[in-house]
Every structure is written in structure tokens, then in C-alpha cells.
Design a protein around this ligand. Structure first.
Ligand code: FAD
Length: 394
């Protein structure tokens, strides 16, 4: 490690020691511990609020975004060090944010200067929570079929129609949304990318209940919603390029589900604790083989992602590779939870009660089923891999 990096590491370590509250140095016990920020977010504790405030002020909720927009301005090596130092103390992410994982990269590439200065700093500080308005009842895999019409009225657009499967739509402050601005053009060429405050008159939100018993999904309806012209990102009718670029970031983010999170125990250790050992080995040869295979795949996947990130920093576009990551990462996460269910046996099916933390494992297991649908289904990712990576005929 160079002297500069070594100095940086020492500074990061000291800063984290002083600024990461003790309470934020343990794995999250439940979804409720995730900090999403936003106008109406209820912090679980003062420690959670402080952690977001401090990390946001330092720009470390978006460590590699440019400093002029409030980001941390870190390079690839510094970013790795920050990550390692956070893992070292089991620090939780200060902020979960679609603004950071999806909208921000698109704004950095396609937004004008004024839009970057307006929207990026509040995203970094976790002040605005964003919802993704892409899917419609007849536009999921065939996203370019979306219909919600936004009619040009000069200084503003008027939006009608609806969106579906909007994750946390009921908590969203603002929406980034794909709208149809030219109904006559071929479907990919009449789409624009717009942002609007979900408090705008004419926006209404209806939660949808899921198999896990929770309702993070919503249907969002638009009735003559006024969107000022300066909230359109990029060129009119060229929103499809932005949509696709954002999706590469969404898919990369979802693929991380395949990797174990900071502080979580390796599957092998969990299995030994619950099932026990015989002759120094997990006392179930079939499960042992499955876990070994899983852990080897997980390690290989983590290394592949690291390599791809280095390539991205060196200017190589991730493009269709994000589809492969999304496919593999989400399949890995499903395998992880299938194995956890095997390890825990029938107790894993508990749905309520303190002992099961209100059925956390069973609900998390069911939630993984959505991993290979959200952000584009596995079949669609494989189609993209076949066409754009393997060069097979479409
Ligand atoms: C947990 C979760 C969170 C989500 N969050 C959001 C959100 O915040 N915002 C948002 O806009 N959307 C969100 N979605 C919606 C998601 O993007 C869509 O569900 C997804 O794109 C699939 O679309 P669909 O549900 O309409 O299925 P369909 O497109 O109807 O697909 C049905 C089946 O047909 C298959 N299929 C379709 N076309 C092809 C093809 N050409 N080749 C092979 N197979 C095909 C699919 O793989 C799938 O198995 C979320 C979904 C989930 C599960």
C-alpha cells in the first residue's frame, strides 16, 4: 500500500472510531433497522440519525461521487479502504437509497449542471427518498411498452396513467419516472425520463400485499399531474437510453444480494452451530457438499465483481455484464436462503413469535423469490447475455 493510502486508511479508521455510534456497529436485526432517510422517515434511534448525518456530511453515503455535488470524491483504492474499515468494525450502511444506487448515476451522466446541483446533495444527505416509476400493468419485461402519457404544455407536462410494483411507493418523496411523450413514434423512441414530487396534486398511492405478508409494493396513479419542464432529464423522447443505463446500476445493486453482508455469519458456521459436528466436520454430508459449493461460488462471484469494478473505474462500460451479475447474484441469494431453510429444519417455517423474530427467516426466504423478478426477470437477463455477451442470434 502506498504512503498516501496508508495515511488515508489511518484517517478513515480514526474518523470511524469517533463518528460511528456503538449501536451502529452490529448487523441489523430486522428490516426496520435499515435507514432509508427521506422527509417522513422515523429514525429507530438517535444513533441511527447521527450516523446518517455524519456520513452524509462527509459524502460517504456516496463515497465515489464528485465532491462538488456533496459526494466523497474517493478513488477506487480509497473506496476499497473505506469499505474494509467499515467491515472491520461491523458498521452498518448509514443509508439505503434508490437515489444513490439508481438515480444518482443516471443524473451524473445525463443531468444538466443545475439538475445535478439540485438533486444530488439531498440524495447524499438522505433527505429525499426516491421511488422508481418504471413498470406498468402491461410493461414489465417489455418495459418499452409503457404508456403513461405526459403531454407537452410548454413550460410543463401533464401526466396521466399509472405505475405498478413501485417498491416503497408509499414512503417515496419523489419519483423518477418513465413516461410516454410521443405516442406515434416507435416504442423505444417516444419515452422520456422525468422527476416529480409525489406530493404533487394528482398523485395517489395504493399498497399491494405480498406473499411474505408485507406490503413494500404499491400501485401509483396519476391524474393530470403537472411536471415542470426543468424536471425532465436528458433529451425529450430519448429517455430509453437513460432508463437502460439506470437499469445496469439497479441490476448491479440487486446482484450484491448474492454476497453475504458485513457481520453475517458464513453458512458453514451457522450449520455447525445448529446441526453439530462429527469428526470435525458438519454432521450432514449432503448439506456439507452443498454449502461448500455455495461458498466457493460466492467467493468466485465476489472476486468477479471486484474485477469488474476495477474495469469500470478504468473506463470499461459494465453494460450487459450487469445482466449476468444480476442473474448469478440473485440465484446465489436464493440458494443461500434455501440452504438456511435446510439448516434450520422445520423451525425455519415459524411465521410469528419472539423466538423466530416474527418469522424473519421464512419471510426473508420468501422475499428472495422476488430477487429474480425485480429489476428485470432472470429470463430477460439471460436473453441479454445471449444476445449481447455471447453474440447468439436474437
Ligand atoms: C421485489 C420487486 C420489486 C420491484 N420494484 C419495482 C419498482 O420499484 N419499480 C418498478 O417500476 N417496478 C418494480 N418491480 C417490477 C419488475 O420490474 C417487474 O415485475 C419485472 O420487470 C417483470 O415484469 P412483469 O411482472 O410484468 O412480468 P412479465 O413481463 O409479465 O413476465 C412474466 C413471465 O414471462 C417471462 N418473459 C416475459 N418476456 C419474456 C421474454 N421475452 N423471454 C423470456 N421470458 C419472458 C418473464 O421472465 C416472467 O417469468 C419490482 C418487482 C419485484 C418482484
Amino acid at each position: 500500500m502506498s504512503d498516501d493510502l496508508h495515511t488515508f486508511q489511518t484517517e478513515v479508521r480514526e474518523w470511524l472510531e469517533h463518528n460511528c455510534p456503538e449501536e451502529m456497529r452490529s448487523p441489523m436485526a430486522s428490516e426496520k433497522d435499515a435507514c432509508w432517510g427521506g422527509r417522513n422517515f422515523t429514525f429507530q434511534s438517535e444513533a441511527q440519525r447521527l450516523w446518517l448525518e455524519r456520513m452524509g456530511a462527509r459524502g460517504w453515503t456516496a463515497p465515489d461521487w464528485p465532491k462538488e455535488y456533496g459526494g466523497g470524491g474517493l478513488n477506487r483504492e480509497q473506496l476499497k479502504i473505506l469499505k474494509q474499515e467499515m467491515e472491520r468494525i461491523n458498521a452498518r450502511p448509514a443509508l439505503y437509497s434508490f437515489g444513490i444506487s439508481m438515480l444518482g448515476p443516471a443524473l451524473l451522466k445525463y443531468g444538466n449542471e443545475e439538475q445535478k446541483l439540485t438533486y444530488l446533495p439531498p440524495i447524499i444527505r438522505g433527505e429525499i427518498r426516491w421511488a422508481q416509476g418504471y413498470s406498468e400493468p402491461n410493461a414489465g419485461s417489455d418495459l418499452a411498452n409503457l404508456q403513461a402519457p405526459a403531454v407537452d404544455m410548454g413550460d410543463h407536462y401533464v401526466l396521466n396513467g399509472s405505475k405498478i410494483w413501485t417498491s416503497y411507493g408509499d414512503f417515496g418523496d419523489w419519483m423518477f419516472c418513465l413516461v410516454r411523450t410521443d405516442p406515434e413514434a416507435p416504442k423505444h423512441q417516444g419515452i422520456s425520463f422525468m422527476l416529480f414530487d409525489m406530493q404533487t396534486p394528482g398523485v395517489s398511492v395504493q399498497p399491494i400485499k405480498l406473499i411474505s405478508g408485507r406490503s413494500p409494493f404499491c400501485e401509483v396513479f396519476f391524474e393530470n399531474v403537472r411536471i415542470p419542464r426543468d424536471q425532465q432529464i436528458g433529451e425529450l423522447n430519448k429517455g430509453w437510453s437513460i432508463a437502460k443505463y439506470l437499469l445496469t446500476h439497479e441490476r448491479e445493486m440487486i446482484s450484491w444480494a448474492g454476497l453475504s453482508t458485513s457481520g453475517s455469519k458464513p453458512l458453514g458456521e451457522t450449520a455447525v452451530e445448529i446441526i453439530g459436528e462429527a469428526g470435525g466436520k458438519l454432521d450432514d454430508p449432503f448439506l456439507r457438499a452443498d454449502i461448500a459449493r455455495f461458498e466457493a461460488d460466492e467467493m468466485a462471484f465476489a472476486l468477479t465483481i471486484e474485477r469488474a469494478r476495477d474495469e469500470v473505474k478504468a473506463g470499461v462500460s459494465l453494460g450487459a455484464v450487469s445482466s449476468w451479475f444480476k442473474f448469478f447474484g440473485t440465484e446465489l441469494n436464493k440458494q443461500r436462503y434455501n440452504l438456511l431453510m435446510d439448516i434450520n429444519g422445520s423451525e425455519a417455517l415459524a411465521w410469528t413469535g419472539e423466538a423466530s423474530n416474527d418469522g424473519k427467516l421464512a419471510r426473508d426466504w420468501l422475499r428472495t423469490k422476488g430477487n429474480s423478478i425485480e429489476g428485470g426477470t432472470s429470463e430477460i437477463q439471460l436473453n441479454i447475455v445471449a444476445k449481447h455477451i455471447l453474440g447468439l442470434p436474437g
